[in-house]
Write a protein that binds this ligand. Structure first.
Ligand code: AMP
Length: 552
């Protein structure tokens, strides 16, 4: 009989993976573990090893911040919150600090109940389910129970899982490859199913139980899929590579995914959060515009007197949970729908854009974004000029024959906009300000992502007004993981859009690169950490810049 995987075994696998430098070997190690797991454990293991607890489409959130973690560990080892905080400061890593604290305590404890992997998951589910006024106390109680039964090594990974940053370098791509290898399945099939299901855990289960079904996996209403993304590029190159292209305005708003079945609808943000309650006007307009069951992809834009208003107005509405009515009077949002992924029970993701577009025009009475099919660069440049005159951000240049690829930032969609090049980077630390900036953070440490790791590329201090500085302090003050002198380490949750003049190689930062003249542009509230720039993309930009092609 399978006795089930112990959490200690999971921790040992993670520790082992942490010591492996090569990607292929990591994949092999994970692939060797997967077939041993039972049906309950397999999806949990797959998500845990990527540092995630729940499926990406799921609205469930653990809701554990650094303070709750400090309190739980302090209680278990019999010390003060400050001692835990100091230990984390000293190591710069919550996992290692918790491990050391538990090691000290271990000599004195007599009873430890073995933790099973599945049990840890169920406890996490209880934390996520805790709601209302008593939720923090309930979460704390569960966390205390877990740490109370954890050996030091288990504590390392429990802490990191609770903060959803495992730091072992198993990103989505590696885990996908491991699933394919473990069950001897074509990796493209695994990827296809992953795009539709938006949960590698469940895909792994299907890969084992019924691999033939992977190709038939379809997208389902009320289970959001990741948004397809765009790379920066030029009109000329896109036409040269693909001939005729579909040019659309690039609206400066906020992305949404609209799901409707019968008279029920939900709207999801780019981070796949349910924002239906904040956007009653978008919901109403789209419900009125179609009788079909659909999943639509579009941009919510703010308009005043027929002209688009800047993005800030839109994001304010997305954020707003209360007082929707009075906000609506001030900011009117309208949908611009540019894609359709599902129509009356059928997945359209694999159909070419031109077919999806036809379906969209036929089923939606209004709010379809404009699109121009053009084959020559001059005509496309003219549309680009129009877009800017109309107050849009630029244009999107799409390949008419392309499928919809969720979560992929490829060249099938290219964005063209004027002005400085910017990067979307994760804020991983900050430094206390001096002089006028005393009492707030004066500069921020930025990182790119690389297979689940976050690697610093520079600091930004310019471009931030006093007002924004105060807002940023409010945003980050509860995300402090550790202090060291003037520097703090922050929970990586926020993405900044940052301008720069040049990318340079640099021994000063872990990524091996640094930004010259970084300048703060805005907080990308609509972007999550896993949408930030990757090291590979940074390297590619660097190469292009070196080849004298400018940063585009
Ligand atoms: P960026 O956020 O700079 O990576 O640019 C991509 C974003 O542009 C998408 O995520 C959408 O929110 C937005 N967007 C605006 N207009 C369009 C369009 N016509 N097609 C696709 N995305 C668009």
């Amino acid at each position: 009989m399978n006795m089930g995987m112990q959490f200690l075994e999971f921790a040992q696998v993670c520790e082992h993976l942490e010591g492996i430098p090569g990607r292929l070997e990591m994949i092999e190690q994970v692939a060797a573990v997967l077939p041993r797991l039972d049906d309950d454990e397999l999806p949990v293991f797959v998500r845990f090893v990527m540092g995630r607890v729940f499926p990406d489409w799921s609205p469930k959130k653990l809701g554990v911040g650094p303070n709750l973690l400090y309190d739980a560990v302090a209680y278990v080892v019999g010390t003060k919150r400050e001692t835990v905080r100091e230990a984390i400061n000293a190591t710069g890593d919550a996992g290692l600090a918790v491990e050391r604290l538990l090691a000290k305590k271990e000599q004195t404890s007599f009873f430890v109940q073995e933790l099973q992997l599945i049990e840890v998951y169920r406890e996490f589910e209880r934390m996520a389910a805790a709601e209302g006024q008593r939720s923090q106390r309930e979460k704390l109680r569960v966390a205390q129970g877990l740490f109370g039964n954890a050996r030091p090594l288990e504590g390392r990974y429990l802490a990191r899982l609770m903060l959803e940053e495992l730091r072992i370098g198993m990103g989505e791509g590696n885990v996908r490859d491991a699933v394919a290898r473990a069950f001897e399945i074509d990796v493209r099939l695994v990827e296809h199913a992953h795009q539709a299901m938006n949960d590698l855990g469940e895909v792994a289960l299907l890969a084992r139980r019924d691999p033939d079904a992977l190709s038939r996996v379809t997208i389902e209403p009320f289970r959001p899929v990741k948004m397809m993304l765009a790379q920066t590029g030029t009109i000329a190159a896109q036409i040269e590579d693909h001939g005729e292209v579909a040019v659309e305005y690039k609206y400066d708003g906020s992305r949404f995914q609209f799901h409707k079945v019968g008279d029920v609808c939900r709207i999801y943000s780019r981070k796949l959060e349910d924002v239906t309650g904040s956007l009653p006007d978008i919901a109403r307009l789209l419900m009125e515009a179609t009788d079909h069951d659909v999943i639509l992809d579009g941009e919510a834009v703010a308009v005043r007197d027929g002209r688009p208003m800047p993005f800030q107005y839109v994001i304010r509405r997305f954020r707003r949970k209360h007082e929707i009515d009075s906000m609506m009077e001030k900011i009117e949002l309208v949908p611009r729908v540019f894609d359709i992924l599902y129509l009356d029970g059928e997945t359209l993701m694999d159909r070419p854009l031109e077919e999806r577009r036809k379906a969209l025009e036929e089923m939606l009475g209004a709010h379809v974004a404009e699109q121009f099919l053009v084959g020559d660069a001059a005509a496309a440049e003219a549309i680009y000029a129009d877009a800017l005159n109309l107050g849009h951000e630029g244009v999107m240049v799409k390949v008419p024959g392309s499928p919809y690829t969720p979560g992929v930032r490829g060249r099938l969609w290219v964005k063209v906009k004027p002005g400085v090049e910017t990067l979307d980077l994760v804020v991983v630390g900050a430094e206390w300000g001096e002089g006028r900036r005393a009492g707030t953070f004066g500069s921020f440490l930025l990182a790119v992502q690389d297979q689940g790791r976050l690697l610093p590329v520079g600091k930004v201090a310019t471009g931030i007004t006093d007002e924004v500085l105060a807002e940023l302090y409010a945003l980050f003050k509860d995300k402090v993981l550790a202090h060291s002198g003037k520097e703090v380490m922050l929970e990586p949750e926020v993405v900044f859009e940052v301008g720069y003049s040049e990318i340079q190689t640099s021994p000063n930062y872990e990524s091996g690169y640094a930004l010259r003249f970084p300048r703060f542009v805005r907080v990308r509230e609509d972007k999550s950490v896993d949408e930030a720039e990757t090291l590979d993309m940074l390297v590619e930009r660097y190469a292009r810049q070196k080849n004298g092609q400018g940063s585009f």
